[in-house]
Every structure is written in C-alpha cells, then in structure tokens.
Write a protein that binds this ligand. Structure first.
Ligand code: SF4
Ligand code: SF4
Length: 301
C-alpha cells in the first residue's frame, strides 16, 4: 500500500509530545491562503525551482522530454503547463536548482524511517505525527503504519484539517493516540470564502470524534489577523469547544507566520495574503484570555 509523501522530518518537538518524526502526506481538500506548506495541497508530485542556485549548465534542458525547459534569448525558461513532474531534470541538476516534491512510498518504507529514532521516542515520550496535507485522505495507509507503531510502543498523532469523509477519520481515530484538529473559522460562509469549502463537514467530524472517545483531542486554531481573529469568531470557537463537553484537552493557538511564502514562488503559485501582518504577542495573549474565560485550557504555541 502506498501514499504520496512530500517530507519526513526527524527530531521535531512541536507537533505532539516529546521528540517526534513528522510524516507529511501530500494532498488536501482545503486551500487556506496562509498555508505554510503549499507543496502539500496537490497529491501529485510537483517541481520546485531554486533559480538562485542555477549555474547554467543546461543539463536539465538535455533530459526534459516534454519541452518544459527551453532557451529564449540567453535565458533558460520553464513552462509548468508542459511539465509532467517526471523529476529527470532534478536528478541531473548538479546545483540542486530543481527539486521534485512528493513521491509515492509504501508502508514499510515509512515504518523503517520512523523506527530510526525509536530510542529518542522512548526517552522523551515522543513518537510519530502524520500531517500534511491531510492524512485523513489516506486512512488505510495511516492506519497500517499507526498500528505497527503502537505495537512497538510508539505514540502516534495526526494533525488534521477535518475536511475528509467521516469514515476516513473514524478509521484513523481507532489507531492513533492523539488527534490535533484544526478549526479555522466558525462561520460557514466565511470558511468557504477563506478555505474553499464550508466548515460543516469539519465541525460534524469533530463532534463525532468527541463522542467516539479513546483519543486525546487538541483543537488547533491558526490566528490570521484580519481573517479569523475577530472577537466574535474567538467567542464562537470557544463556545463550540465548550459544547463538546470536555472532550477537548486544550486549544492551541498558532500565530500566523510567513515562513512558507518563498515556497509559493518556487511552485509557481501566488501568495494571496502578503499584506497580512504577523500578530503581536499582546494580541495572542488577548485572544487566549478571551478563551480562558470559558474555563478552557488554552496555549499559544
Ligand atoms: S520534471 Fe520532467 S517534465 Fe518537468 S521540467 Fe523536469 S524533466 Fe521536464
Ligand atoms: S541543470 Fe540545474 S544548474 Fe544546470 S541549467 Fe538546469 S537548473 Fe541550472
């Protein structure tokens, strides 16, 4: 069984307890404009360009069979529409100016990668976190790996945007310890405007997960100034979490950052919220305080 993965990062301390290996799956149904992993949105492989590294050797030009690389004037050009993401140019480029992101890997490959740090998980209470992209689009793949990990005493977490069929989330929930569930906006219309789809399926899924039991669930909320940080949305989010009857162990607030902007350019994508400012510490604390008034455990991460 295989699934598209675009990165496996070791020694993370941010996405779940202890030292963790992060497995990034490729493919997501939402299109949040602040996404810091734009290479995670499409499930198929994509070519990323690093033109500042190019030494002009034209080796890529020689191997491209699809006319996606061509010379005009003195300059080397690339036509993404013609590119089939075969990766041949990236293989021959001596300067690492081209990189293919995303490849189909099997369950055994991922388990072997995870097992490399088994000692660190044991000593730190860590494990593996599936993120992306949306891991719930690949439920059987995640379940197969998670089941093996748990047999070996390795803690398993997923980070999900919740936009996936309920049966997928249910399948995964049975095989993981921790679910980090993103909530971006409580208003269905605004959610659709921001992320491309209504939040109905997402909220329904979270409610159902909470009634299942058996997992720790953390709600994660990115704070994007001017897009989802209005007081009304903060209150509505807190009220919704409260309505879940104590099933959520805490809310984590994630301040907006701009670390992913350069990747958009490398993928030939447009970053649409360049003007949005990073929230101040004071603003994050003010949001945390609003939520804490509901008796919720809230953490800025
Ligand atoms: S990935 Fe393949 S098709 Fe695309 S530019 Fe490189 S060689 Fe050409
Ligand atoms: S192979 Fe790499 S370094 Fe050579 S021209 Fe192509 S992108 Fe530039």
């Amino acid at each position: 069984m295989e699934a598209p993965v675009f990165d496996i990062q070791r020694f993370s301390v941010h996405d779940g307890p202890g030292i963790r290996t992060l497995v990034f799956l490729k493919g997501c149904g939402l299109r949040c404009p602040w996404c810091s992993n734009p290479e995670s949105q499409l499930s198929q492989p994509q070519l990323m360009l690093y033109p500042e590294k190019c030494i002009g050797c034209h080796k890529c030009l020689e191997v491209c069979e699809f006319g996606a690389i061509f010379v005009e004037g003195e300059q080397l050009h690339y036509n993404r529409q013609l590119c089939r993401a075969c990766g041949k140019c990236a293989e021959v480029c001596p300067a690492e100016a081209r990189k293919l992101v995303g490849k189909y890997v099997d369950v055994d490959y991922v388990i072997k990668e995870i097992e490399k740090d088994a000692l660190f998980y044991r000593n730190s209470g860590g494990g593996v976190t599936f993120g992306g992209g949306e891991p719930a689009l690949f439920p059987e793949f995640v379940k197969a790996i998670s089941t093996e990990c748990r047999k070996r005493g390795i803690n398993v977490a997923i980070e999900t945007c919740g936009y996936a069929p309920w049966r997928n989330l249910k399948t995964i929930a049975a095989s993981v310890d921790l679910i980090m569930f993103d909530l971006k906006h409580m208003d269905a219309h605004t959610h659709r405007k921001l992320c491309g789809h209504s939040n109905k399926l997402i909220l329904d899924n979270l409610e159902k997960l909470c009634t299942l039991g058996g997992n720790e669930i953390i709600v994660r909320m990115p704070i994007i100034p001017g897009l989802n940080d209005e007081e009304e949305n903060i209150h509505n989010t807190a009220e919704f979490v409260l309505s879940l009857g104590g099933a959520i162990s805490r809310i984590e607030l994630l301040p907006y950052h701009k670390f992913g902007i350069k990747k958009y350019e490398r993928l030939g994508m447009l970053y649409q919220i360049e003007d949005v400012e990073v929230p101040s510490d004071e603003h994050m604390i003010a949001i945390r305080k609003i939520m804490e008034k509901y008796g919720l455990h809230v953490k800025i991460v």
